[in-house]
Ligand binder design. Sequence first.
Ligand code: ATP
Ligand code: MG
Length: 421
Amino acid sequence: MRQSRLFTKTRKEAPSDEVSKNAQLLIRGGYIYKEMAGAYVYLPLGLTVFNNIIRVIREEMNALGGQEVTMTALQDPEVWRVSGRWNDDVVDIWFKSQLKAGGEIGFGNTHEEPLTKLMTQYIASYKDLPKYVYQFQTKFRNETRAKSGIMRTREFIMKDLYSFSRNEEEFREFYERCAEAYLSIFKKVGLGDITYRTFASGGSFSKFSDEFQTVSDAGEDIIYIDEEKGIALNEEVKTPEVLADLGIDESNLVQKKSIEVGNIFPLGTKYSAALGLQYKNEAGESVPVVMGSYGIGPGRLMGTVVEALSDEKGIVWPASIAPYLVHVVGLNLDDAATREWADGIYASLTERGVRVLYDDRDLRAGEKFADADLLGMPYRVVASSRGKEEGTFEVVERKTGEMKKVSEAELLGMFTPDEED
Ligand code: ATP
Ligand code: MG
């Protein structure tokens, strides 16, 4: 992609009303645009990162045996009345509206109810189980605190998977596999070292649910970590009984602020019993399906990567989700021969299957370097008139600042398409 063709532009200052680091950097880089509080547009560069994150999640969900669907955002109040969750006193973040044809309608904030109802059409016998259904779909939540940039918005895409199992044992087996898949996702997007599977409150069917918490000062949650035991717990479950249960000595706990990047939740038979999702077991008895729900917000995950990995110069993307792996910065491009040299390396890398952003704009070197640091591609490759004379390119790794000069052949050898992930 030639940078001169991007309709977005970088900016030196973030809007003064934007307090969170993730939104400040992403707006300055032209990754996102703020429509209003709690609602952001993903611009071309931002959408590429977002889609890369979705690809990582989708691969893991498919590997678990998940089957993808897209449900509707519009919600029939009847289904939610059955479970008791239509009432604003029970769920305080509903967006609701009136139908012109008469009657109320809701905008989905989660999808247990409609999916449970849907599955009654397809599950009848123990032979139909287990099943795992997921989607990447828009949720609406009337959040009062929309202050964390793209990490807490009123409209967002969620990956929500729901598991349907015969019994508790079959459910637990999947739940543990999904927890592993989640850890793998957070590792792949560069947050592995600072993300903890965390005991959290479990609701009516289970003592605990599990949150995946990434340590960050930008977080809204407080967790306690026992590094030695490798156990973390949300402050909401830190009681003397739970500590005793888990065999944790309070003096070994370190308190950290953290961001909830994912959440997996045992649902028991709460929704299946309410909405009539039964199956006939091997003895011919009708019993309710055992369910679980498994959420990740790709937008919140993107914001978390920015919060956790950026430095004073800007964003630092891991290669797996960076919009481009290499940022070719052309200098002295008013000289026709140098432009040809820079165009050439852009073409060669692109032909090789490497994802390249090419700064072919007529700007000063300082401005281009500042933009490259702000945008945060893993590698910056400088093509300049001096380099052309020497027959070399300067490569700088964004994360470490490590610099080396390489020939064209060496440069092409550095980035085989297979190594991208
Ligand atoms: P929180 O406790 O932060 O309000 P939650 O417990 O309501 O989140 P879930 O309903 O479990 O979140 O949603 C699953 C995932 O969706 C969360 O782990 C998070 O990654 C993401 N998510 C939740 N709310 C938002 C939001 N308002 N904006 C962006 N992502 C969100
Ligand atoms: Mg939560």
